[in-house]
Design a protein around this ligand. Structure first.
Ligand SMILES: [Zn+2]
Length: 217
């Protein structure tokens, strides 16, 4: 601890010198310097913390970054509100999109889903479109699969390109774009949007996947 040491030094100085002006100046100087140093340290630490917080504020879930089985936040209320606004705007514009969607999935539910896909398609193929339990973005409560009115996943080019262009205005990104399978780990999913918040605009404009964007220096 620096403070007791300073105090000890001060009392030593005061004891040794007979309260002359010169001594007082030295004492004051000694007292000030370490304090300024400590203050700077605190500011630096705070800056680091803010920096770390910024980087981790976007939750990344992919084949390498998973979630604990107990992580079950349910549907994020802010994301849900944004989603409803997006859906009604699409419908206002006469686009073919349903009110129904697939949002939050628990670890247990994803386990069942993945096991079913593996049974049907084999593991290698299932891994191209289905996440293993703990590695689904749907477990975050921030991801949604959109559907056409007939209940099929949204794939029509008109609706898909609307999402690419406008989803960011509602805080969403199209998470698995065409031609990025090597990076995201998934084949293109025009129906899967992920809530980010305001930064979605920057991500869209960058043309990068979330993986690339987060890893920017
Ligand atoms: Zn999805």
């Amino acid at each position: 601890m620096k403070k007791p040491l300073i105090l000890a030094l001060l009392s030593l100085l005061i004891a040794r010198c007979s309260f002359q002006k010169e001594t007082k100046i030295i004492v004051e100087k000694r007292e000030r310097e370490p304090k300024a140093e400590i203050k700077e340290e605190i500011i630096e630490e705070a800056k680091e913390e803010i920096k770390e917080e910024d980087l981790s504020s976007i939750l990344l879930v992919n084949k390498e970054h998973g979630l604990a089985p107990s992580y079950a936040p349910g549907e994020d209320p802010i994301a849900k509100e944004a989603l409803l606004a997006l859906l009604s705007q699409m419908q206002n514009e006469g686009l073919n999109v349903s009110d129904r969607y697939s949002g939050f999935r628990s670890y247990e539910y994803q386990s069942e889903l993945y096991a079913d896909y593996v049974m049907q398609y084999g593991q290698e193929e299932a891994d191209r479109f289905s996440a293993r339990p703990g590695f689904s973005e749907h477990q975050t409560g921030l991801a949604f699969d959109l559907m056409h009115e007939d209940g099929t996943l949204l794939t029509n080019p008109l609706e898909a390109s609307w999402l690419e262009e406008h989803a960011a205005e509602y805080g969403f990104i199209v998470r698995y774009p065409e031609g990025k399978e090597e990076i995201t780990g998934y084949m293109a999913e025009p129906w899967h949007i992920r809530y980010i918040g305001e930064e979605a605009i920057q991500i869209r404009d960058s043309g990068l996947t979330l993986e690339e964007y987060i890893n920017l220096p």
